[in-house]
Structure formats: C-alpha cells, structure tokens
Ligand binder design. Sequence first.
Ligand code: IMP
Ligand code: MG
Length: 182
Amino acid sequence: MELFKKELFDRGIKRVVVSEDEIRARIAEAGKYIDSIYDGRPILLVSILKGSFVFLADLARAVTVPCEIAFMAAKSYYESTQSSGIVHITMDLDRDISDCHVIIVEDIIDTGRTLADVVKLLRSREPLSLRVVTLLDKPERRAVPFEADMSLFTIPDLFVIGYGLDYGEYYRNLPYIAEYGE
Ligand code: IMP
Ligand code: MG
C-alpha cells in the first residue's frame, strides 16, 4: 500500500452498509434504552479497544444517566473451535468494578469468542450488574453461543470497516460503516 496508497485506500471502500444517519438514529434509541433500564442509577461504560472507541464516544453522549468511562483491550487465543476461556488482557481496567453497573461496549460480535471470555472475566469480578451493547452483530459467524443485550445492527457475513472498525488499522475514521473489498 505505498505507491498509490490513497487510490488503493479508496478502492477498499466497496459500498456503504450502514449510513451516518442510520447510526445516529439507532444510537439515540440505544441511549433511551440504557436510560430506561438504569433509571438514574450511575453506570460504567467499558469500551473494548480499539474498535469501539467511536461508538463509545457517541453512545456516551446519548445517555443521560450518570456515566463513567473505562477502557480495556483483550486478545483471545484458541487451540480449537471451542472457546478456551483464555482471554489475554493486553490492557486491563484501571479500577474495581464491584460497586458498578457495567455495560460492555463492543464494535462487533463475530465468532463471539472475545466477548464470551471478557464477560466471563468481568463477571468473576462481581459487578452489581453486567450488560453488553454492540454496534454490529454477525450472527451467521458465531462459533460459541453469545447474545448481546442490545445490538444496533445485524449484518450478514461481510467484512466491514469504518466507525471504529479497521482493515489493517486503516479506515477506523470513516464516519459510516462500509463493506471492505479489494
Ligand atoms: P470475535 O467475536 O471474538 O470473533 O471477535 C470480534 C472482533 O473481531 C471484533 O471486536 C473486531 O475487532 C474483529 N472483527 C470481526 N469482524 C470484523 C469485521 O467485519 N471488520 C472489522 N473487524 C472485525
Ligand atoms: Mg473489537
């Protein structure tokens, strides 16, 4: 990706899958959903880096309950098609969560392995409650059973980029979600 970098970059954006307007509308609904569940109680939004950073920024501004933010990054390693339950935390939370209503904020659920493991880990720390909100869900790709409490968009088995999601670390700053194509 060097000589005609910009040209190759642009060609990777095959077609828009979810527009900015659609994202904005669903995030407003997600904010109302969160407000209605927690009914004024403070929450802790836990963003799984890096993919969820854009979603987190917009979702946090759509809720009106008192809201703290925390970040973690995780990589999962698997020896077989079964979830090993081994999640490698490359960056852990900087706080105890035992007195928190936690919402994990994820960009996309694909095989489900990362979130299955992250949820298991955070549950072991005994928060007051734990829910998962994901921007995107690709249920066709699931390898371990996993369901989010709220998914903003269900998409078919496509590789998507933008709004936080990357291909080779590029495209995270696209304001919409697009299908990646070479
Ligand atoms: P899984 O659910 O454990 O398979 O992993 C989900 C992670 O894989 C997400 O958090 C993304 O970082 C990455 N991922 C899965 N599908 C896509 C995609 O279509 N585009 C970009 N990243 C993806
Ligand atoms: Mg991710």
